[in-house]
Write a protein of this length. Structure first.
Length: 249
């Protein structure tokens, strides 16, 4: 039995949404009260002006004091509404924080449960098994890629290139045969170089309009000793002059 009376029961804390709704309702009531006071203030101002026109000084002072009372209460209502809005924003922020904390706690519990199922030793063993399996697969692939016959000698790059060029030449010759073009000569005859004496004789023959002298030595007939006719002598003189001119060049 409690000697000091009944034990005071602790009141359960209201939910955040309920508290926010209560504050919004109180703010709406204050807003309605403010609208009423503004309307009353305007009426007092109109009545005071009427008293001033009618030269009723006391009546005008009465409505002036009422206007000041309304202004004071409106100012107080403004401060109260600001406090309510501050509390509403704080509760809304607390509600958002509660949601964030709940989500983070849920994620933490899920992560903790997942980690507890797999310890570091099991993960390391799994990774080792994966590496061993990958190495085994690679070794099997290399073994299957080896040639079945015993000839494992690799062909060099130079030999492969020479064989490829030979195949290209064969293919090119086959295309020429199909088109019907004459094949290129296997060997081009070498150019015969003329001696200096032969070149000089050719030039002289070109000037005298005579056939070129033979390159080899031949037996020429003997020069006649009897005098030539006059026409032949003049022609021979002209040819001798041309020959002298060529020799002097």
């Amino acid at each position: 039995m409690n000697l000091f009376g009944k034990k005071k029961q602790t009141q359960a804390a209201p939910r955040l949404n309920d508290a926010i709704l209560a504050l919004k309702a109180a703010s709406e009531n204050l807003e309605k009260r403010e609208e009423h006071l503004l309307h009353a203030k305007e009426e007092a101002r109109v009545e005071g002006l009427k008293k001033m026109k009618s030269k009723d000084k006391n009546g005008a002072m009465f409505f002036l004091r009422r206007m000041r009372m309304h202004d004071k209460e409106i100012s107080q209502l403004y401060g109260k509404r600001m406090n309510l809005d501050t509390q509403i924003m704080a509760l809304q922020s607390a509600a958002v924080d509660k949601t964030v904390i709940s989500a983070m706690q849920t994620a933490h519990l899920a992560t903790k449960a997942s980690v507890s199922e797999n310890d570091i030793d099991r993960v390391q063993d799994l990774m080792d098994d994966i590496r061993d399996t990958s190495d085994m697969v690679e070794q099997i692939g290399e073994a299957l890629a080896q040639p079945i016959s015993g000839d494992t000698e690799e062909i060099g790059d130079d030999e492969l290139l020479a064989a490829f060029e030979k195949e290209e030449e064969t293919a090119a010759l086959g295309e020429l045969d199909e088109v019907g073009l004459p094949a290129a000569p296997a060997k081009v005859p070498a150019r015969v170089e003329k001696s200096a004496e032969q070149r000089e004789a050719d030039e002289l023959a070109a000037v005298l309009d005579m056939p070129a002298a033979p390159s080899a030595k031949t037996d020429l007939p003997a020069v006649p000793t009897r005098p030539l006719p006059a026409a032949a002598s003049n022609k021979e003189a002209d040819e001798l002059k041309k020959l002298e001119a060529l020799m002097n060049m």
